[in-house]
Design a protein around this ligand. Sequence first.
Ligand code: ATP
Ligand code: MG
Length: 238
Amino acid sequence: MTVWYESPVGDIRGLDRCSLTVEKGMISCILGRNGAGKSTLFKTISGVIGDYDGKITGGCILFEGQKITSHNPAKILSLGIALAPEGRHVFHTLSVEDNLLLGAYGKRKGKNSRSLIRQEMQDIFALFPILGKRRRQKSGTLSGGEQQMLSIGRALMCRPKLLFLDEPFLGLAPVVIHEILKAFLMLKKKGVTIFFSGQNAMSVLSTADNCHVIDKGYIKTSCKSVEIMNSLDIKEIL
Ligand SMILES: Nc1ncnc2c1ncn2[C@@H]1O[C@H](COP(=O)(O)OP(=O)(O)OP(=O)(O)O)[C@@H](O)[C@H]1O
Ligand SMILES: [Mg+2]
């Protein structure tokens, strides 16, 4: 994909012939410095770029063999692709439960929808028990780690096949990172494909199967995570 942003100082290339494949059923990550294009990539795939911000000027996105380039975000979500965005973006004045309910927005119609949503919520509380304990608490009062879990839980409410997480570990303590990684492995067992981004993700690489490195909007490496872990110096790669 190639993506341009308009800006007062001229056009900025967010993605530059960026090309990669996310393997089904696997955990993949994308590493890159600030401004490398990680969020632009996630926003492009989830339909935010194009309709609202930035311009796709080349390339295409395929999901399960179907072209999904420039579909709107609701359509992308209905195909089974969900994004937990950078910065979490939970609704601070709403309770944990209500934030989760919003994640199920597209699923509110139809037979059995109530019991399906309830089941979904129970599954998320099983994945992150602290959210169950705080279900009636306003999400603005949660810790950063709990808000990140809530953001992931909200994305999971629509039972995605492919879950994107933009910088899910930013600013989190090792113990919380460990808990989220444990959840990734549980989701992988259930068949969910996971793709997350990070800046220096050495501590989380061992949970990922595959790793891509992005620089100035261009994918400069795609390989097994273990290959990156065994390489001499992560700083040289990034
Ligand atoms: N709305 C926008 N308008 C103009 N330029 C933008 C816009 N969004 C992103 N950019 C530019 O596109 C490039 C890629 O940005 P992007 O946010 O994708 O990087 P990133 O890898 O997610 O960085 P970070 O690690 O800081 O989150 C940067 O040069 C950024 O300044
Ligand atoms: Mg970003």
